[in-house]
Structures are given as structure tokens and as C-alpha cells.
Design a protein. Structure first.
Length: 321
């Protein structure tokens, strides 16, 4: 798969990633051949309906769920199918921030212990050095170090997400996998966390895989966007191109549901309503997975699955983009 706008060797190159879960009569194809590149200092948005495999993709990249097949190269070195010692080394470079700040923090640990634990586990700091580095991480995410001995339940949702970000930054990673990091927060708090992520990215030259439902946030924050449907990426390209001129029919339908703040434009805009539900992820893999709901599907779509090909600066998996 091409890189849809990238011109240099990617920091992270994912090819043909599959995560299938055992089931009867057929396995559940949660992620079914996903490929994308992520450059240093880039933010790639991964969008799609709930259940399309976005979070599973991220979890597979850090070893939280086993990959069934495929490859993920970090600076040219494979990060899938590793033993525990090798996976631990990868996690120093690739960290994840989870969606729910209420569930992702251990309620029995103080904030200081939560933030400092990665440094302790990896043998990077102990004693006074551990305390100093924990204080520094708290300051970097805008939290008062005087709260180090408090517990997660004593913090607001936005503060808890900052704690999660501080924990993810502790090892000095190059890639952050952000799994809907603001969707559980109030709108006013979302803006604060997004601004923090933008500042940290600029300061540390971080690469983000930003998983989100809110397409307006993706357009604002991400240089490129990948659109996922039923375990597969159907369109990838520069954000402005994808948002202003989507090529895949699913992307067009997804973007047509996003309200426009101008009432005059909103009144004349065409909504694309998709009929039916997505097919089951344990389906027989024949033809395009979107064919049954696609308003422009032809017979070829029902019998042949289109591979992503380059169209006007982005990659599109469609027989008639």
C-alpha cells in the first residue's frame, strides 16, 4: 500500500494487519488486512463507526491483543509476534492512552505511583531521581505535583486523562496511540486536553495515531486521515483532501453526517443515508464489505474485493472512486 502523501521512510509501517478472534462457525475478523504508515511528528487520524476495529488495531500494535497475521515495522524492526522481553523494549517507544480515564488508572495506587511506575518497571529511575522525574511529568501535563499522593478518584475526568498522558510519556516514547482520548470528557475539557496533546507533539516531535469519532476534531488535529470500515481501511490521504473531496462512498456518507455551523450551507447540504446494517464481522469474505450498503455498487463489487489504489493523492479501496 502506498503512503498517500508521505515522502520519507515512515517511523511506523503497518502492512496487512489481521486480528481474528476464534468463533463458530467462522472467526470474527475484527481487523482484516489493515495497512498504513505513520511518519515522525505526524498525526494520523483513524476514523469509522463503532466496532470497525480501530481500537483493536491500536491494541495489537502494543501487544494487548495478539495479531493473527501481518507486519508492523518500527524504524524497520518488527514489533508484532514478539516475546515478552522484546515487547517491553518496544513499549518504551510506543505507548497508548486509553479512552476511559476512569477505568485505565489503578484506583489503589497514588497518582505519583501511577505516573512513575513505567520508570520503575523499566529500571530507568529509583528513589529521589524517580520522584524528580515524576514531578517533571506532572508539570508537563499541567498537574500540580502537590497532588502526587492523591488517588485517581480525587481528580476530575480531564485531570485523570492528563495523568494517563503523563504515564504514557514517562518512557520518552516516539509514538502515542490515542484511543478516543477525549470522547469521555466534557466539551470544554476536551479542548484543554487536545491543546495539551498539540503542545506535547510539538515539544517532543511525537507521532500520534489518533482514534476518534469526532470528525471535526480529526480535521483540526490530524495531517492525514484513514477511514476504516468493518476491519479494513477504505480511504487514506491528507485530511483536507479527504474532508473536502472524499472519494470512497463510505467516506462520503460518513462526512455527510457531520453538521456544518453555517445554517445556509446546512440547509442545502445532501445527507447520504446508508440502508441496512454493516455485515457481521464473521462473514464470508467475498467482494467489498461495503457493497450491500453502497449506493453506487456494481456487480463487480459483490464478487471482487478492491485493493487500495492511488487516486488523486490518496489511497482508495473502491472499484469506481
Amino acid at each position: 500500500m502506498g503512503r498517500g502523501g508521505l515522502t520519507e521512510a515512515p517511523l511506523l509501517a503497518v502492512r496487512g494487519l489481521r486480528v481474528w478472534f476464534p468463533s463458530r462457525p467462522r472467526p470474527i475478523r475484527a481487523v482484516d488486512g489493515v495497512s498504513f504508515d505513520l511518519a515522525r511528528g505526524e498525526t494520523l487520524g483513524l476514523v469509522g463507526e463503532s466496532g470497525c476495529g480501530k481500537s483493536t488495531t491500536a491494541r495489537a500494535l502494543v501487544g494487548l491483543v495478539p495479531a493473527t497475521d501481518g507486519s508492523a515495522l518500527l524504524d524497520g524492526k518488527e514489533v508484532l509476534h514478539l516475546d515478552e522481553a522484546s515487547l517491553r523494549r518496544v513499549r518504551r517507544r510506543v505507548q497508548m492512552v486509553f479512552q476511559d480515564p476512569y477505568a485505565s488508572l489503578n484506583p489503589r495506587m497514588t497518582v505519583g505511583n501511577i505516573v512513575g511506575e513505567p520508570l520503575l518497571i523499566h529500571g530507568l529511575a529509583t528513589g529521589k531521581e524517580l520522584l524528580l522525574r515524576t514531578v517533571e511529568l506532572m508539570l508537563q501535563v499541567g498537574l500540580d505535583p502537590r497532588f502526587l499522593n492523591r488517588y485517581p478518584h480525587e481528580f476530575s475526568g480531564g485531570q485523570r486523562q492528563r495523568i494517563g498522558i503523563a504515564r504514557a510519556l514517562a518512557l520518552g516514547p516516539e509514538v502515542l496511540l490515542l484511543d478516543e482520548p477525549v470522547s469521555a470528557l466534557d466539551v470544554s475539557i476536551q479542548a484543554q486536553v487536545l491543546n495539551l496533546l498539540a503542545e506535547l507533539k510539538a515539544e517532543r516531535n511525537l507521532a500520534y495515531l489518533f482514534i476518534a469519532h469526532d470528525l471535526s476534531v480529526v480535521r483540526h488535529l490530524c495531517e492525514r486521515v484513514a477511514v476504516m470500515y468493518l476491519g479494513r481501511i477504505v480511504e487514506t490521504g491528507p485530511s483536507e483532501q479527504v474532508f473536502s473531496d472524499p472519494r470512497h462512498p463510505y467516506t462520503k456518507a460518513l462526512l455527510s453526517a457531520v453538521p456544518v455551523p453555517d445554517p445556509a450551507v446546512e440547509a442545502t447540504r445532501e445527507r447520504i443515508l446508508l440502508l441496512g446494517d454493516p455485515p457481521s464481522p464473521d462473514r464470508e469474505s467475498v467482494g467489498c464489505a461495503f457493497a450491500g450498503r453502497c449506493p453506487i455498487a456494481i456487480e463487480r463489487c459483490r464478487v471482487e474485493d478492491p485493493a487500495p489504489e492511488e487516486h488523486e493523492g490518496r489511497m482508495v479501496a473502491c472499484w469506481q472512486p
